[in-house]
Design a protein around this ligand. Structure first.
Ligand code: DHB
Length: 468
């Protein structure tokens, strides 16, 4: 046993919080080091919250202390460091998922994980890929290691949750359980010797599969050369930011980039050999023909129909509607309706300064390319082309067919109006996982742009359905 990694039941405070008229009481174990050799000591820590009822041997929502699922939301956004969250309100003033999880009788583990831009005292970048996923795995290992010391929570029912980059990490955590690729990193950190697979993964708009995200983006938004970029603008008092939408037309060079980049997508998609349970393949015959197109259209129609059933009216002329039933969607018209958000390339910037370029930087170099196209077209040639293995280790698609121990359940949500990445990215993830005996609940909720945790009732309904 490693003394420093043993959970100490005595280090807790009893807390209560009332939000929206609902009071929850819980014990809070804070700032627990989950690895032996942290490189960011203040950051590689976690909090555990346990409903007080479990210390009184009471049941909550059908769960007992030893059957309560462990909800593990990561707060990573933009591949920046993910901070610990406490039960309460989120940034927009809504009750957060941590509060709801506790109210529903779950144990919550809130991890602090490293992210891009973090530097140590010597100026080395310590949050570059694969730091965040290694930290999350170390957290899971810590929980399993302390399985018999935790006062409540079933370590075989860990459910991770995240949005955007955090959704990508949730997807990766679910796909890569116990894979040996991460072993040396975990060993170096002094992670607990235990398994790191999880039970289920909830992924909102996962910004994932980064090395193929540029080609998917250009394939989706092809011929739409107007970017509707969201810029952060300081408020008058300079204390806050608002998002303003700015239209920008692409230059001729950018249009040519787009045409070049999109060419890779059909070949990549077909190389995945995605199939459904009847053995039917999801492929592209041309850029806009093939069973993969039919699948996307089906998901878009499903999304629109759900909305139509509720509202009786839908503001989108891409649909053919007969007696309130959507019978078809014009995919190009729908994509135009979504509008393009990012410039080209969307992820691996030619000028090498996107969040993803920073994610793949090295200890000593802030930015790196991760696609051959951007590296070849960077006039300054600054930054390296990141090591292929280090790029792959961040991509759940690399693990869905591997010998990893995958989460049994996934919930993937990609808002129908979310253009931070192509719809193809989440669709390929959902299809690939389904082929590997994972039960995937995948939807493109209508009217939703880049966001997460917007359907808390449904999220926890899903968790209850898979844990009871
Ligand atoms: C996030 C959004 C992006 O568009 C991106 O490229 C990377 C991360 C995010 O919100 O986490």
């Amino acid at each position: 046993m490693v003394e420093t990694l043993l959970f100490n039941e005595k280090n807790c405070t009893e807390e209560s919080i009332t939000v929206g008229g609902k009071c929850i009481k819980y014990r809070s174990y804070e700032n627990i080091n989950y690895i032996e050799n942290p490189v960011a000591k203040e950051h590689q820590i976690l909090n555990i919250y346990i409903p007080v009822s479990y210390y009184e041997e009471k049941e909550i929502n059908g769960y007992q202390k030893n059957t309560a699922p462990i909800f593990m939301p990561n707060q990573v956004g933009g591949y920046m460091p993910g901070h610990i969250v406490k039960p309460g309100l989120d940034q927009s003033g809504k009750i957060n998922a941590t509060f709801v999880a506790l109210a529903k009788g779950m144990v919550v583990v809130s991890p602090g994980v490293r992210g891009r831009h973090m530097q140590n005292e010597e100026g080395k970048y310590i949050g570059i890929a694969p730091a965040a996923i290694v930290d999350l795995k170390a957290v899971v290992r810590y929980l399993r290691y302390n399985k018999d010391r935790l006062p409540a929570g079933d370590v075989e029912k860990i459910i991770s949750n995240g949005t955007s980059a955090g959704g990508a990490l949730s997807a990766l955590l679910g796909a890569s359980g116990n894979h040996s690729d991460y072993e040396s990193y975990l060993e170096e950190l002094g992670a607990a010797k235990a398994r790191d697979d999880i039970f289920a993964a909830s992924c909102y708009c996962p910004i994932t599969n980064l090395e193929n995200a540029d080609s998917a983006y250009e394939w989706e938004f092809q011929d739409d050369f107007e970017c509707n970029i969201e810029r952060r603008q300081a408020t008058k008092d300079g204390k806050d930011f608002t998002l303003v939408s700015v239209k920008e037309l692409m230059s001729d060079i950018q249009k040519n980039y787009s045409k070049e980049i999109k060419k890779d997508f059909p070949q990549y998609l077909n190389s995945l050999d995605l199939k459904n349970s009847n053995g039917n393949v999801f492929s592209l015959v041309t850029e806009r023909e093939g069973s993969f197109i039919d699948y996307l259209k089906e998901k878009i129609i499903e999304s629109g129909q759900k909305e139509l059933n509720i509202t009786d009216h839908i503001e989108c002329d891409a649909f053919t509607i007969e007696r309130n039933i959507i019978t078809d969607v014009d995919l190009n018209a729908f994509i135009k309706f979504r509008t393009r958000k990012k410039s080209v390339p969307a992820f691996d910037g030619i000028n090498n300064i996107t969040p993803e370029n920073e994610l793949f930087g090295t200890e000593d170099c802030e930015y790196a390319h991760f696609t051959r196209f951007a590296a070849d077209n960077d006039p300054n040639r600054k930054g390296y082309l990141a090591d292929k293995k280090r790029v792959g280790i961040m991509n759940p698609m690399e693990y869905i067919h591997s010998e990893s121990d995958k989460a049994l359940y996934y919930r993937i949500r990609h808002g129908a109006m979310d253009r931070d990445t192509s719809l193809a990215i989440s669709a390929m993830l959902a299809l690939g996982l389904s082929m590997n005996n994972v039960k995937v609940d995948y939807q493109l909720p209508w009217g939703i742009s880049h966001a997460g945790d917007y359907d808390i009732d449904e999220l926890f309904g899903w968790i209850e359905s898979i844990t009871k």
